[in-house]
Design a protein around this ligand. Structure first.
Ligand SMILES: *Cc1c(COP(=O)(O)O)cnc(C)c1O
Length: 290
């Protein structure tokens, strides 16, 4: 499906080089996230070594590849990537649209690797999800490259009809005020611990091959065979069955194929997390019976 869409739009898209994911779901038994992420970085290193002089930037979702299936990896990968991008003189773009603003336990996911990208994409959490607004942050060096006397014509002329929409900006300011007034990060860290407790039970489930978590994101890997990690055929649409049943019980989850995930709003409490896990467990049982 998505391949078919990609094909249709291929002539309009930029030519990109894709590097295999460091997704720790595929680590060997006994191998840590850290070890696997480092090992997978070798593929990135080799790709940069080969193509560095023809690429302008590397773009990554730091720590969690969200729409791609809540694929998680260790901060060491980002540390190595920053060092390699510096070595090869390639810009690093961090797409923090989904993971930014406290979702992973730090304001930005990149902080966990103590790195600074050259560009950072922000949206979603920027307005607390209330209004659409996106921003790209960059370094002074990049800013200065476009900043000159008017007649040099180097200005970066790029805008949309609703660029800087005042209502959306006001929602973003209100969100930033909340971050300034309350210790959202600390609260999220403690909520993440509650979440870990609440979802522990899924580790025992015969059809869940992995329960993984990064901050306030938890993903459950629904499989046909827990030991071989053989997935259910996608045609069976187990995820949709889980979604429909959960909705009938008052819970809105949105599985990505066979990956069930929780990415709750920061105001969720322990009792609501329990309810979420209960309903999800029952929804999985329901989806497995037919
Ligand atoms: C939602 C999302 C986008 C799309 O952002 P828009 O501002 O809607 O273009 C891009 N990247 C990630 C990681 C996202 O989660």
């Amino acid at each position: 499906m998505s391949n078919c869409i990609k094909k249709t739009y291929a002539p309009l898209l930029m030519d990109v080089i894709t590097v295999p994911s460091p997704d720790c779901y595929f680590r060997e038994p006994g191998e840590s996230w850290q070890q696997y992420s480092e090992r997978r970085f070798e593929l990135m290193e080799a790709t940069l070594a080969r193509y560095a002089n023809e690429v302008c930037a590397v773009i990554v979702e730091p720590l969690v590849q969200c729409a791609g299936g809540m694929r998680m990896y260790a901060p060491i990968y980002l540390e190595r990537l920053r060092a390699a991008c510096d070595r090869y003189q390639v810009h690093l773009i961090a797409d923090e649209i989904a993971v930014g603003f406290g979702r992973t336990g730090t304001l930005f996911a990149c902080e966990q690797a103590s790195i600074r990208p050259d560009f950072m994409c922000l949206s979603k959490g920027l307005t607390g999800g209330y209004l659409p607004l996106a921003a790209v942050l960059t370094t002074d060096a990049v800013y200065q490259a476009f900043y000159d006397d008017y007649n040099k014509l180097t200005a970066f002329l790029h805008s949309h009809s609703y660029t800087g929409n005042t209502l959306a900006c006001r929602a973003a300011l209100a969100t930033l005020e909340l971050f300034a007034q309350t210790d959202v990060i600390q609260q999220n860290r403690s909520l993440a611990l509650t979440m870990r407790e609440v979802v522990k039970r899924f580790e025992q489930h015969p059809n869940i091959a992995e329960v993984r978590q990064t901050g306030l994101i938890v993903a459950l890997e629904l499989v046909k065979n827990k030991h071989t990690k053989e997935p259910f055929p996608w045609q069976e649409r187990r995820g949709v069955k889980i979604y429909r049943y959960a909705l009938s019980q008052g819970v809105l989850i949105r599985p990505l194929g066979n990956i069930i995930y929780f990415m709750p709003p920061y105001v969720i409490n322990a009792a609501e997390l329990e309810f979420l896990a209960d309903v999800t467990w029952r929804s999985i049982e329901h989806a497995l019976t037919d």
